[in-house]
Design a protein around this ligand. Structure first.
Ligand SMILES: CC(=O)[C@@H](O)[C@H](O)COP(=O)(O)O
Ligand SMILES: NCC(=O)COP(=O)(O)O
Length: 242
């Protein structure tokens, strides 16, 4: 299990004043120095945080896994083929949302992914992951497409307001991880994970590969420093890395 740090919100802070700081690339370097196995960014259609120039700079600077989160538009697919990150994660995206609100509905996307997206990306050396809720039907369709990985959406777990709801969602995530693993896909996970909910998640859900954490990690780093914060998240994850 590895930690990938999402640095979108370093760019959010930079863009708030239009100055050149803080730099997402500098943040990425600190995260990797502190032990993160790679970096995630989401290049949104509206470029609200990460911008095209960040993508090229991150590709040069990041030494571990670079995970390019994107909507599966023609523009993004062409850009990933040019940049060649290790991994792309396809996510649903709407302009109105504050953040990603759920996983892909695979019955809606299956034909387009099978006919347009996968043939373009497979064979390019880039792994494909699909951001999914732990729904058996969606995971099954990801397996049928031959996806390298899925990323389990942990936001419903992270936002659960009652213990019953949280336990229920953890059980679904656990079953989703088993199903994806049995279908031969890697199991990534992320969204809304923080220092309070990470331990329960990683100790319960099996087969975890990349765990991506952004908003809470960057927020915590305002108080603890980025290097120390990455170490705090890794301390939890490494208890379960044998
Ligand atoms: C896919 C996911 O859960 C998040 O990484 C999200 O896509 C990040 O985007 P924002 O940083 O804009 O919230
Ligand atoms: N893929 C999830 C991610 O990159 C980070 O999500 P969050 O921690 O910012 O919610």
């Amino acid at each position: 299990m590895q930690l990938l740090v999402n640095i979108d919100h370093v760019a959010t802070l930079r863009n708030a004043r239009g100055e050149g700081y803080p730099s997402p690339v500098e943040a990425a370097k600190v995260c990797e120095e502190a032990g993160a196995s790679g970096i995630v960014f989401h290049l949104r259609k509206d470029r609200r945080h990460i911008r095209d120039e960040d993508v090229y700079a991150l590709k040069k600077a990041v030494t571990g896994t670079l995970d390019f989160e994107m909507a599966a538009t023609h523009e993004m697919i062409n850009m990933c083929l040019e940049v060649k990150p290790e991994l792309i994660t396809l996510v649903p995206e709407s302009r109105e949302e504050l953040t990603t609100e759920g996983g892909l509905n695979m019955s809606t996307h299956f034909d387009d992914f099978e006919q347009r997206v996968f043939p373009k990306v497979q064979g390019s050396g880039i792994e494909i992951s699909l951001f999914l809720d732990p729904n058996p039907e969606d995971i099954d369709l990801a397996g049928k497409l031959g996806s390298d990985a899925i990323e389990l959406h942990t936001g419903t777990y992270a936002n659960a307001q009652t213990e019953i709801a949280r336990t229920h969602e953890l059980e679904r995530l656990k079953e989703g991880a088993e199903q994806a693993h049995d279908l031969g896909m890697k199991v990534n996970a992320g969204h809304g994970l923080n220092l309070d909910n990470l331990d329960e998640f990683v100790s319960t859900v099996p087969h975890l590969n990349d765990v991506s954490i952004g908003h809470a990690l960057i927020s915590t780093s305002l108080f603890k420093g980025l290097h120390n914060t990455v170490e705090s998240f890794l301390e939890i994850m490494n208890k379960y890395n044998h």
